[in-house]
Unconditional design. Structure first.
Length: 241
């Protein structure tokens, strides 16, 4: 008789599990979890209204069953959006957490100024100077047909961003303009007005670290007003007055 009791108990357990799973599935699909409110978090540059417009179709859908990948792709159309995550705030609120692309440089073009991120993505075209300043890249020729969200795929721009990406943060804050020649020779203009001739390289860290140490040295600070340029194209830096 013992095997029969064990089989009956196992059958009851299976049936109970199926009923609980079915009940839970029906409960989660109910109108109790229909998205009525959408909250956007993480924005610094993008207007909230633009993200809400892209996410408009999610309202009225089930909080657990909406197509997350499809919604991510819709929001990622925005040129300033790098990635998207979702959080559920029960019972009817969806929280959309946006990670924005961060501008690292400005490119001057005939019809304004372009913000670009570290990968060369065109973020925004500005008609006036932004409140948050970044190094200005000059000597770079871009097609006027590019639009926000596109990767500019320009060799000179890539070379300039490579240099900026290797600069110590303290030196980056002192950079005013970085000029790129057609042969990718780099000339840096510090905010102090001093010209820095950097030459060509792919590994910029040794030169940039040496430059930061030089401009931070008290002896250099004592005569920097009379310095016109710093030449880093030779084995040792040369200061011209």
């Amino acid at each position: 008789m013992q095997p029969t009791k064990m089989n009956t108990s196992f059958l009851y357990a299976v049936v109970l599990t199926i009923l609980l799973s079915l009940g839970l599935a029906l409960f989660l699909r109910s109108s109790a979890f229909t998205v009525q409110h959408v909250i956007i978090q993480g924005l610094k540059l993008s207007p909230e209204s633009e993200i809400l417009k892209l996410a408009n179709g999610v309202q009225g859908q089930n909080l657990f069953l909406f197509d997350q990948e499809a919604l991510k792709q819709k929001i990622a159309i925005h040129p300033l959006v790098q990635s998207v995550q979702f959080q559920r705030k029960l019972p009817k609120t969806l929280v959309i957490i946006v990670t924005e692309r961060a501008p690292v440089a400005l490119v001057v073009v005939p019809k304004g100024v372009l913000e670009v991120d570290g990968q060369g993505t065109f973020l925004r075209r500005l008609e006036s100077w932004p409140k948050e300043d970044h190094p200005v890249l000059t000597g770079i020729s871009l097609k006027d047909t590019v639009g926000p969200g596109q990767n500019l795929a320009n060799p000179s721009l890539t070379a300039a961003l490579n240099l900026l990406g290797q600069a110590p943060p303290e030196l980056l804050a002192q950079m005013g303009e970085l000029h790129v020649e057609t042969n990718q020779q780099m000339t840096l203009y510090l905010r102090s007005g001093v010209e820095v001739r950097l030459g060509q390289a792919t590994d910029w860290k040794p030169k940039l670290n040496a430059l930061y140490q030089l401009v931070s040295d008290n002896e250099y600070k004592s005569f920097q007003q009379g310095a016109k340029y710093i030449d880093f194209t030779a084995a040792k830096p040369v200061i011209g007055r």
